[in-house]
Ligand binder design. Structure first.
Ligand code: PFF
Length: 456
């Protein structure tokens, strides 16, 4: 290696390895706890229309866009943008920053899910899952800002970072790809078992009716369309810099568009499955409590750490169900977390020519310190909310807009990317793809303006 060349660049040994890693990144907490409620809340069965339109006209085309950027430049997000134009490098750093923020709090949530695997076995929350989670587990009783540590949270968060460090030190192929190859199939098997169990619960049909009964009037509401695009971007891990980074590890001749189609459709299949499982279970819970599904439907932290524990207590054999449910959250979360942390790791390697292991150790170390010091504190928990809202509402959309406007429009790289993709792929793109990317740019600007108006 000449003194000026960068440290040896890692590669995925096969397209399969890349596909597993990319599905691992895409299938995350968003699929399990976000998609079902977003669908329910935005027109039920009718939501599938904007959802599929967003997938086919924006999600998959943008996946191709980022694959092309990463594969052509063989660089991290900042380097890939820099190779388009020197002045575009900050866009890559912005995406890297969003990835760092998300990684810091996502690790904490995976830690909580790890604790809850074991809480499920004894139903540690008793008959007050809400009081247990916020009061006893997170110790949020005192609303004041405090840096007091909560040991029950600290230990699992440390463990998550240790596991992440171990996987990432093994490298892109032996760590990321091999881990995903084992844990994604395992996740699918476990999750299928949960869905089948849920479908046999009394009340499951009411849950599914609540989820899928279409409300076509909802399609007139622009908010429903924004929700569909938002879900697709988050779910496909677009605009965090992940897809640029992963595509940069692919061999020169790789079927990029074919891989994108596999990743895009697998991810959606998993989330539709999650919708069925979660709402069948919620239907059971509503029936057990003698209320409507609407009264128990929720998403995110409330669904996982308050709703599901109650449900687990009401279900015969709930302990095992709960253990498997939280294990699924941990596996889905970990394969996403490692993908997002690889973004700053590769950025550091490319920018400062830091060695592979050293860059991994530095980034994981620094993020772990912030995450471990911040997340198990009361201040950290308030910060989590802010970080989540910023990353999801402004970070992802903003980063995608900047890439499309600068790389696609100002630098006119779309024809170059299209030729690059066509040269290596089976599924060929044409002017329609370029048009779709441009339309997506317009839709994203509209989304960002609406988000800003709503949140400011
Ligand atoms: N596609 C992921 C999900 O649906 O959860 C998004 C994601 C979140 C990726 C957090 C990576 C990550 F660290």
């Amino acid at each position: 290696m000449s003194p000026k060349s960068s440290p040896q660049r890692e590669v995925f040994v096969s397209r399969g390895a890349f596909i597993f890693a990319a599905i691992g990144s895409a299938v995350g907490l968003g699929n399990i706890w976000r998609f079902p409620y977003v669908t329910y809340d935005n027109g039920g069965g009718a939501f599938i229309i904007p959802y599929l339109i967003a997938l086919l006209t924006a999600g998959i085309p943008l996946l191709f866009f980022y694959y092309a950027m990463g594969h052509r430049s063989r660089g991290s997000a900042p380097l890939a943008h820099r190779m388009v134009h020197k002045g575009a490098e900050p866009i890559g750093w912005f995406a890297t920053g969003v990835a760092i923020i998300i990684g810091i709090y996502y690790a904490a949530i995976i830690g909580w899910a790890g604790s809850y695997m074991f809480f499920s076995l004894t139903e540690a929350w008793g008959d007050d899952s809400e009081g247990f989670f916020f009061g006893e587990y997170l110790k949020l009783g005192d609303p004041g800002i405090s840096l007091e540590f909560v040991p029950g949270v600290l230990i699992p968060v440390i463990l998550v970072w240790v596991v992440v460090l171990a996987i990432l030190l093994m490298g892109v192929q032996n760590g990321i790809a091999n881990f995903s190859k084992v844990f994604i199939p395992l996740l699918i098997i476990l999750f299928l078992a949960l869905v089948i169990r849920s479908l046999f619960l009394p009340g499951a049909a009411e849950g599914l009716n609540a989820l899928f009964t279409p409300d076509f009037k909802a399609l007139k509401d622009p908010g429903v369309w924004i929700a569909a695009y938002g879900q697709i971007f988050f779910s496909l891990s677009i605009a965090f810099g992940i897809m640029i980074t992963y595509a940069s590890y692919l061999k020169k001749k790789t079927n990029l568009t074919g891989s994108g189609l596999v990743v895009g459709f697998s991810n959606s299949a998993f989330e539709i499955l999650a919708g069925i499982g979660i709402f069948a279970a919620l239907g059971f819970m509503a029936k057990a409590q003698g209320v409507e599904v609407a009264d128990v439907a929720s998403s995110g932290i409330g669904l996982a750490f308050v709703g599901f524990p109650t449900l687990i207590s009401e279900m015969p054999g709930g302990g095992i169900f709960g253990f498997v449910f939280f294990a699924c959250l941990v596996f889905a979360g970990l394969t996403s977390l490692i993908s997002i942390i690889q973004v700053p790791i590769q950025a550091l390697r490319d920018k400062f020519r830091v060695g592979n292991k050293a860059s991994t150790a530095w980034i994981v170390g620094a993020m772990a310190v912030v995450s471990i010091l911040l997340m198990p504190t009361i201040t950290g928990l308030y910060a989590l909310d802010t970080m989540d809202a910023f990353a999801n509402n402004v970070g992802i959309v903003g980063s995608a807009i900047l890439s499309i406007v600068v790389v696609g429009w100002a630098m006119r790289k779309l024809p170059v990317f299209s030729r690059h993709l066509n040269a290596v792929s089976s599924f060929k793109l044409g002017p329609i793809w370029m048009t779709l990317i441009s339309i997506t740019g317009v839709v994203l600007v509209y989304m960002l303006i609406t988000q800003i108006i709503t949140y400011v």
